[in-house]
Design a binder for this molecule. Sequence first.
Ligand SMILES: Nc1nc2c(ncn2[C@@H]2O[C@H](COP(=O)(O)OP(=O)(O)OP(=O)(O)O)[C@@H](O)[C@H]2O)c(=O)[nH]1
Ligand SMILES: [Mg+2]
Length: 1037
Amino acid sequence: MKDIVKALQDRVDNIRNVCVLAHVDHGKTTLVDTLIASNGIISQRMAGKLRYLDSRQDEQQRGITMKCSAISLAFQTNNIPYLVNVVDSPGHVDFFGEVSTAIRLCDGCIVLVDVVEGVCSQTKAALQQAWIEKLKPLLVLNKMDRLFIEKKMTSLDIYMHLLQILEQINAFLAQLFTTDVLGKCTPNTIETKSQDQSDGNKPTYDWSSGLDDSDDSNLYFTPESGNVVFASAIDGWGFTIGDFSKFLSKKYGIKEEVLNKTLWGDFYLSSKEKKIMKGALSKARKPIFVTMVLDNILAIYEAIAIKRDKEMIQKIVSSLDIKFTTRDVNHSDPRSQLQTLFSQWFPISNAVLKMICQLVPSPKQITEERVENLMCSNTKRFDSLPQKTQNLKNDFIKCSSDRESALIICVSKMFSFEKKFLPQFKQKALTHEEINERRNKLKTKQLEESNVCNGDVIIKEESNGVNEEILANDNVLIAFARVFSGTIRTGDTVFVLGPKHNVNKIDDSIVIDDNLTIDNLTSDQHITKCCIDDLYILMGRELEAVDEVKAGNILGIGGLDNHIIKSGTLSTTMYCPPFIDLHLSTIPILRVALEPQNPTLMPKLIDALKKLNQADPCVDVKIQETGEHVIVTTGEVHLQRCITDLTQYSSIEINCSEPIVPFRETIVLPPKVDMTNELIATQRTNTDSTESKSIELFTVNKKSKVKIIAKPLPEEVCDILGKNSSLLKVITRNQRKSSDCSQITEQAMNAIEELRSRLKKAFIESDWPEDTIDHIWSFGPKYCGTNLLINRIPDFKRFNSCFAKYDTTSSFNDFTISDEIRQQCENSFISGFQLATLAGPLCDEPLMSVCFIAENWTVTADNMDWYNDPFGPFSGQIMSTVKECCKKSFQAQPQRLMAAMFSCTIQVDSDALGKMYAVLGRRHGRVLDGDIQEGSDIFNVTAVLPVIESFDFANEIRKQTSGKACPQLVFSHWEIIDIDPYWVPTTEEEYALFGEKSDTQNRGLKYMNGVRKRKGLHIHEKIVEFAEKQRTLTRNK
Ligand SMILES: Nc1nc2c(ncn2[C@@H]2O[C@H](COP(=O)(O)OP(=O)(O)OP(=O)(O)O)[C@@H](O)[C@H]2O)c(=O)[nH]1
Ligand SMILES: [Mg+2]
């Protein structure tokens, strides 16, 4: 097998790189099993049962895939041999980061849809990801057998159902298409793109200019164009319209081309006129797909699986000309009979692999647009890169393996592999002579032993080079990579470029030390050098060692443990830019602290954590200020997998803390009703009026005074800021070095302008002053958060606004010393705001959706000794005063906690619906939407659930509904918990309802105290709540 693959690797035109994407449990690994079986790596009978690429023990036990794995397969169609590299990906939402790493290395993707469950949340998420990376999508409608056997649908119903699924998924593609086109549609880009097209180098699916001119016809899944396979992976059948047309045309003598166009769609066979006619549904006739395709398959299922009619089976088998032994006919397992029949009639591997070879572009057909997207993020202009870097674009496009071409390799992730299974350590199959030699050795050894049976001479067997014990449990990291240009050979020395490598800072004089590794790089160094020792072909559970790999291939590279964290780029030139960051759309939210059970084994845990950080694209490994080792994961299943990995890497027992869930702190407008829903009396709200809530503070040296008021931001504004954090970073960078914006693309400038106008509109709609937008001074925390600092200082107008230039109307002459000092301390003022927003007063969690308005800032310059101020540097004083002032003004408003919310999509049978609602209610969840899936009794429920209440949710819901509901949790947004953590009853009604001590649970307070306890902050809690002496009332009467 290795030799076949190796020979095929040289022909770049015949290589296809595809990944398989779908929602969880839609049958990806089963499909890949059937493809693997077609190459004889596993047996046909085991395909679907083995799940060969789920090589981890926990993957097999849980029945879900947790990591991507690749396998190289050979396939021949029309006498042309192809190499198809297939990457299986996980469908569980916790492992979505892995999907991105697979997509990065491929040119096409197979989107799988379970026809009973339909198009689900992860189907869409994966398709969107593939769209962003410009992969060619192909569709497999899987689990068709369920419609026949489980759902017992008629052929016509099945046809209508399939139409609906296609409509759904195409509608989603159309949505991606329009947002993409409209996003790019600015006057300038239309001009440049149309020039590109006239160059003759026209990509196959370029839809860059306006909606009207863009062609979206080859974008959709249409069975007649051959990009849809109807299949049942478990029974091993699958076909495209083309495959079935060929079969029918042979059988009935109808022209194949005619059938190709009419087999799918609104056509029917008129028996009277012996013709294919249009308009089946309007004439109440059954479409040809129903009568000639589905009816036939239904007949097979009825004979074999439903009625178990042997005679009928014989008849079908002989009419289809299929080899069926009497043993097959009498077989007790219908699934096995189905497999035998279908594997000869329409083997699924044939249909899928043929579709891939015909429709997925070869690595050589990479489009210019995709290359630019890989080399340069879309906020940066491609032509701002150095010329030598821009020239590499040609190498990408040529995809040549010549010596002259630069070597460019993308490492999208690192995966761990047990050392003892590496080819170099695997025991080779012994030859005949070697077996004889071993036998002789053993004989002489036995002889010697019997000779010295009473003596004390012990003869040890010579170990044959490999120390088994050292290898046990030892893992190495292998890079999961693709060669985009050039050829890599063992023994080559290459540059390893980190994700932060900046080509604009490179010049020819830079020399890289050979001994550099990621451990001794300084913060501004991102390049190391590495000699490549091991190259592998990825064969699922196994690796095959090779000496060289040419452009276009997916491969494994060993020995990069000390050079790459998570992902990287290998090249022979330092001018190669790092591949842009993967679009990881899942946000890690669930954090736990870890420690070894035996504290002395800490170094082992640290080593294991380092390995985990390298090998998992979506985990965050951190060391907190408190010294705790923390990992942040995307969900519970991911967390369990990380712990399993850590235990395996370190071989020690690990203690894991309760999950730590982040909160946010915010303020709200004064409530109009109290906790019993009574209107709060007007005189109370008057005293609470916002006028009195500005806070004024002096610096310690009394030379400067700041006045700040806090206000809740309008929801819409916070929303916009939250969604544009990367753009906010660009704005801040731009604001700091206000003149140098040459590297920012026009597209980014337009995006900033659009953001400005959207924010302005949102402010106006919420009745905020129209000019607020020009007074925005900073975003916080970390200069890209959802809190604002607004400058309303009446006589300080020459400040660095985020969206506007200096106010130049105030002339230079009236520039006083006080103005100059304030300008010098501007950054300190902003830093004070940054610190205040990073940790709030409730429980040291970051603030969210708060606007701090600086109303005044005065500086008295007289009698000031700048250099010998006893209170320390003036800028520091400003910083701490602003921070304190922000905190006080925050506390002057009604404070609230915000909880992280999971969005949760649950597919549930109608009879388990009530139980599911009960579980959600108990955990403070809220149902947003519930819809019955047409043609089934499955409900698709969308709900939100606080992350803090979500532990063991999936298990509980599965238990309560006897496994009928299957939730998918993914972080969605932050939501205010509308209870003041400091609330105590004040009105008569509140006393009546909540009791004098308000001893009913205050959720806000409970969460806040939980966080404070964890952080070791002070908690205002009474240890003895009810100290009255207990007495027996009756006796004292
Ligand atoms: N009835 C039926 N069941 C199928 C078919 N294909 C797969 N299955 C079953 O569906 C379940 C999930 O299959 P997998 O192949 O593990 O699904 P997956 O998409 O790889 O799942 P993840 O990797 O966890 O996302 C298994 O129990 C399979 O036996 C099919 O065509 N028909
Ligand atoms: Mg799987």
